[in-house]
Design a protein around this ligand. Sequence first.
Ligand SMILES: Nc1nc2c(ncn2[C@@H]2O[C@H](COP(=O)(O)OP(=O)(O)OP(=O)(O)O)[C@@H](O)[C@H]2O)c(=O)[nH]1
Ligand SMILES: [Mg+2]
Length: 221
Amino acid sequence: MNLAELGKVVCLIPAFNEGERVGVVVRAALSSGLIQEVVVVDDGSSDDTAAVAEAAGARVIKLVENRGKGGAVQAGIEGTEADTYIFMDADLLGLKPNHFPELLSPLALDRDVSVVTGVCIAGRLRVDLAQRLFSSLNGQKALRSDFVDTLPDLSEYGWGIETVIHEWVRKGPSKGLSVPLYGLSQVMKEEKQGFTDGVRSRVRMYREVLEARSKIRRMNK
Ligand SMILES: Nc1nc2c(ncn2[C@@H]2O[C@H](COP(=O)(O)OP(=O)(O)OP(=O)(O)O)[C@@H](O)[C@H]2O)c(=O)[nH]1
Ligand SMILES: [Mg+2]
């Protein structure tokens, strides 16, 4: 297996008010030695997300207005040249340099695999359970850019982008698979935003996920 065959690997991190969390994610990506560029898309944050990401070594694409996760990822794709992408959320806990080769290896081993999804396994019961039950929703992925180029405009889908990717793979001809990422977890919405706002965001997220699923299923690819 030769990870160099994956060409230029860019780690894309959408971030909204993640100043307290994004720095460690950027540093873990850079210290893996496998990422040529880390790009943080600051999705109209009101905190110091951009400054923290830059100080940690990322290139920052700064959106003046909040566009939601899909809009941030789409802006990142359009603002980057890559052969292979790693998508990472900005609120991960326990991200280690070894998680990067674990995500990338299946792409290097099998030309037919276009998307690899990392499933967090870290002993936080609620996160682990959600990750296993809804593994297609996981934000940490490795993707070939020729597959990414075929995707519809992600800015319409908000938190539904992982569902778009999952449904796109189901429609073929690309192959997707999952790998476990031990020790990885994340901060839940309710912890970041407080209970009421967190629950409101969660309800919106599930609505966007269901909308994305039915929209892609109705679409002729
Ligand atoms: N909440 C929120 N996150 C955004 C937005 N734009 C980009 N993001 C980023 O998208 C990533 C995923 O958002 P989260 O709210 O953590 O969603 P999640 O991890 O799928 O959901 P939970 O596990 O339920 O908390 C994070 O890195 C966010 O910073 C936005 O408009 N709102
Ligand atoms: Mg999260």
